[in-house]
Ligand binder design. Structure first.
Ligand SMILES: [Zn+2]
Length: 404
């Protein structure tokens, strides 16, 4: 598929893994070569030209995973978690923060978290000036209840000054978050997103406003996050089928994002949607200070959950790498094309009798789990870890993850 290396060879070759690269249409057992922090070649028999060769036979070689809904403004916002911790546990190379920060405190996020992290961290900027300021165990204060909390001009100015890190606007809509302001908060967020010509990520909570009203206002490329939330205010209508407004939004190009979190993944909704052929566009964790303790945990666990719901492995990986990269308009990420940054996640799919749980306590017997094996960020090996309950699934006998 590509040219051999220069005389000195490749820096690193991952050999014998199942390469899943949705963007480039690859699902094959083959080799991936890295040089100078970039993908240098993908194809058969590259190992002989590698100065370092890692045998990843039996493993999955994917583009670096992207969690497009996280909360990682760590220590400055009460809901956020340590980005390094979740990156290690979920084998991520890229995290997108979903509105933890607003225009009033984004500069701290940039200077104190993003600049100090080896990982790629982007953000949807909350249209609310303080961002999500009052969220913790037992604390839930709405950041979009008053129009005065949503100064559109300040949101726009902050985005214009930080387009290298900000990929869109975020708003949380529903129940106590928006209170009496309701769809007025969504109107403000759309005004900001239109002004900067970037996607809007909209959280859907309890009604009012209704799921149908919210999704009907979204534009092509906007993201409805928490798409398969349980009742009340799910994607299902009174007839328990996907609502016509939801299908119309998809036809328009609105993207549907899982964002598991602590309240937003229900088996009843998910299984009904999948039975009607309505798959999510994006898989994300909505990892925060509560969700990180389960049942959502993080991106990799959420991917495992969707895999056990019957989505194919190539789709699950595509929804967690290629498609989020395109949704956030960073097409340089999320694929393994020659010349792309060498962001690579190596996973192993293991048999498991793990019992999964949704956010309302419904359980499902699982049969398989995805586990991290290795992560490369710009070609550099990063640390990975596992969840405590996965200790029985040690990668015994697999000699490829020796990074010296
Ligand atoms: Zn969130």
């Amino acid at each position: 598929m590509s040219q051999p290396a220069a005389a000195q060879g490749y820096d690193l070759v991952l050999t014998g893994g199942r390469v899943l690269d949705e963007r480039n249409g690859i699902d094959a057992v083959t080799d991936v070569a890295i040089s100078g922090g970039k993908i240098a070649a993908v194809g058969a028999s590259l190992a002989a030209a590698g100065r370092v060769v890692e045998d990843v036979g039996g493993a999955i070689v994917a583009p670096g995973l992207i969690d497009i809904h996280t909360h990682v403004y760590h220590k400055a916002t009460s809901l956020s978690v340590d980005p390094g911790f979740i990156a290690r546990r979920s084998a991520l190379t890229t995290m997108v923060d979903a509105g933890s920060a607003g225009a009033g405190n984004f500069d701290g996020f940039r200077d104190y978290v993003m600049q100090h992290s080896p990982y790629r961290i982007f953000a949807f900027l909350n249209v609310s000036f303080p961002g999500i300021f009052g969220f913790d165990k037992g604390v839930s204060l709405g950041e979009a209840r008053l129009r005065e909390m949503l100064p559109v001009d300040r949101c726009v100015a902050k985005i214009e000054a930080n387009r290298d890190r900000i990929v869109g606007v975020k708003v949380r809509i529903g129940g106590p978050v928006t209170g009496d302001l309701g769809l007025g908060a969504l109107e403000a967020a759309l005004e900001a997103a239109n002004a900067v010509d970037l996607p809007l990520m909209t959280h859907i909570g309890t009604a009012p406003p209704s799921y149908a009203d919210v999704v009907s206002m979204l534009r092509p490329g906007d993201i409805l996050t928490h798409c398969f939330r349980p009742e009340p205010n799910s994607a299902l209508g009174a007839d328990r089928r996907i609502m016509k407004e939801v299908r119309a939004a998809r036809e328009r190009g609105v993207l549907f994002d899982i964002a598991h979190g602590m309240g937003a993944f229900g088996y009843e909704t998910t299984e009904q949607a999948l039975s009607e052929g309505f798959q999510p566009d994006l898989i994300s964790s909505d990892v925060h200070v509560i969700a990180v303790e389960g049942p959502g945990y993080d991106l990799l666990h959420t991917m495992s959950k969707l895999l056990n719901c019957g989505l194919s492995l190539p789709d699950v990986v595509g929804m967690s790498a290629n498609r989020p990269a395109l949704a956030m308009r960073h097409p340089e990420l999320g694929h393994l094309g020659v010349g792309a940054p060498a962001d690579i996640t190596v996973l192993r799919q293991v048999d498991s009798d793990y019992v999964f749980e949704d956010v309302v306590g419904t359980t499902r017997q699982g049969s398989t789990l995805l586990q991290p094996v290795a992560v490369y960020l710009d070609g550099r090996a990063m640390e990975v870890s596992r969840r405590p309950f996965e200790e029985p699934f040690v990668l015994s006998g697999h000699a490829s993850h020796d990074h010296r």
